[in-house]
Write a protein that binds this ligand. Sequence first.
Ligand SMILES: Cc1cc2nc3c(=O)[nH]c(=O)nc-3n(C[C@H](O)[C@H](O)[C@H](O)COP(=O)(O)OP(=O)(O)OC[C@H]3O[C@@H](n4cnc5c(N)ncnc54)[C@H](O)[C@@H]3O)c2cc1C
Length: 375
Amino acid sequence: MTSQSYDVVVVGAGIVGAACADEFARRGMRVALLDRDMVGGGATAAGMGHIVTMDDSEAQFALTRYSQQLWQTLRPELPDDVEYEDCGTIWVAADEEEMQEVFRKQNYYGQRGVPAEVLDPNALRECEPNLREGIAGGLRVPEDVVLYPPCAARFLMERALKHSATLRVGSVVVEAGQGIVRLANGSEITAEIIVNATGAWAPELTPGLEIKKRKGHLAITDRYPGYLRHQVVELGYLKSAHSVRSDSVAFNVQPRRSGQLLIGSSRQYGADHKEVDAVILARMLQRAQEYMPGLRQMSTIRTWTGFRAATPDKLPLIGPSPVDRTLFLATGHEGLGITTSLGTARLLADLITGANTAIPLAPYLPSRTREHVHA
Ligand SMILES: Cc1cc2nc3c(=O)[nH]c(=O)nc-3n(C[C@H](O)[C@H](O)[C@H](O)COP(=O)(O)OP(=O)(O)OC[C@H]3O[C@@H](n4cnc5c(N)ncnc54)[C@H](O)[C@@H]3O)c2cc1C
């Protein structure tokens, strides 16, 4: 049995773990980043890469907006293959009822300094001519962007390595806590601080975490340059994201730099196998075609699935474990972990180094879920 020692061991090299390793290493800490597989190969490889401000709750808004601004700041350093694109989001309102939500959202964003423009049917058509006729309007949020998550994770990991972090792929962690990380090969690593950043698998290492796998499907088309200009999402997406029981699908398309269209998305609980579910996929594509009929003529060249790490209150777990002072959590980001990776890492590192956090940490602290359980 061998034993090595670090200030921080981050378990899980998805975008959240890579961002944490980067943040700790840049603050001069001795960091090891471990993954059983590869960097950015979990949900990070499956996600859409929409860096989006959301407003389900004040806490969700604070973390998504803060993180989006961190991405904006990082932009000049990002290599070309991260494919950072300022395309903006258009939230599409199918009818007058959904237009009310457009006005509410614009008002909410406006009060908090996020630019957002209401589009009437003509303006919407000018922005996205391939949407179907008869849509009531939309909301354009120009500061939302898209990027390619696996390359963003790789960039963060490489920046951590430049600051003397160690990367150990092929490290299957079987136990993490009380300052010791045990690997399946029998070796041990000791650390002042352990960060569980294993996404949807986090409860396997930290039993009792209230995280459920929430499966999602995506499809990507062949190249159709110029067909789509913004990330376009139906406002009904929010209903889909909020539903806790039934399987749901929503229209959510993203233009890739290659001219391909990334089509999402679905949400399912209780589907722990990673195979594509033909019924859900067909429902998802049908939904997309209802909003953008031209998609019917396009060829889809690949489909896949991924697992979001869902918490009961839809906020991530960022901060110390309530029962182990060496263990910190950075998981539970559901469908927003690409966006919120940078904010998560910054908050965690600020907390651990005793710096002031830019936004209040309380809504994300893991101890809150214990309060829920006992409430
Ligand atoms: C279909 C879909 C679309 C999405 N779209 C978006 C989007 O547009 N915008 C957005 O912000 N977010 C989106 N997300 C969410 C986002 O992908 C995730 O929140 C994010 O990738 C989570 O990153 P992570 O690093 O926490 O987890 P992961 O990327 O899953 O990484 C966890 C890592 O831990 C490793 N691991 C697990 N267990 C162990 C162990 N025992 N030992 C060692 N290593 C271990 C795994 O190998 C993996 O590499 C989407 C997700 C899905 C599924």
